[in-house]
Ligand binder design. Structure first.
Ligand SMILES: [Zn+2]
Length: 178
């Protein structure tokens, strides 16, 4: 009698090296605790998304850039104070605004202590990035081709700013000084 060996068919499993696609993005691995009201420096992405429009979020939190000549303030000449679109901190006085012809609102200096800078190597260029000193929101860049008295040009996205007319700005600055 012929002994029949069990026929074992090994099916090669082509998916044995399947790619693991269930790894969560690093940002979700450790959810940040929501910051307390007014703790601007520690706001979570979710808190900013709830506070800002998508356009504001893209520029202020993701360092996007609005298209030239499309913003609200490049051709805006009223007297007052431009404040951070993220946290409302006063950033630039209208008296320091000038027409750069670039299509972005431009200022030769910021209100003292209102902004901070860091070197930005993005887009293959070395530029000076400028952001709000209170919430860290990205504003734009600073170039050394501005007018007197500073020779600097703060090239700022309109969407990063809100405008407070002079009549209301006096009270705003008085409160900030208290
Ligand atoms: Zn801010």
């Amino acid at each position: 009698m012929v002994r029949l060996l069990p026929l074992v068919i090994l099916l090669a499993c082509s998916s044995s090296g399947a790619v693991r696609d269930d790894d969560p993005p690093a940002a979700e691995a450790a959810p940040a605790q929501p910051a307390a009201e007014g703790d601007w420096a520690h706001m979570t992405e979710a808190q900013w998304r709830a506070r800002l429009t998508p356009e504001e979020f893209d520029v202020l939190r993701e360092e996007g850039t609005e298209r030239a000549f499309t913003g609200e303030f490049h051709d805006h000449h009223a007297e007052g104070v431009y404040v951070c679109g993220g946290c409302g901190q006063p950033l630039y006085r209208s008296s320091t605004k000038f027409d750069s012809g670039t299509g972005w609102p431009s200022y030769y200096e910021a209100i003292e202590g209102a902004v901070e800078t860091e070197v930005d190597h993005g887009l293959g260029m070395t530029r000076t990035e400028v952001h709000c000193s209170r919430c860290g929101g990205h504003l734009g860049h600073i170039f050394p081709d501005g007018p007197e008295p500073t020779g600097m040009r703060h090239c700022i996205n309109s969407v990063s700013l809100d405008f407070v007319p002079a009549s209301e700005a006096a009270a705003l600055e008085a409160n900030a000084a208290d």
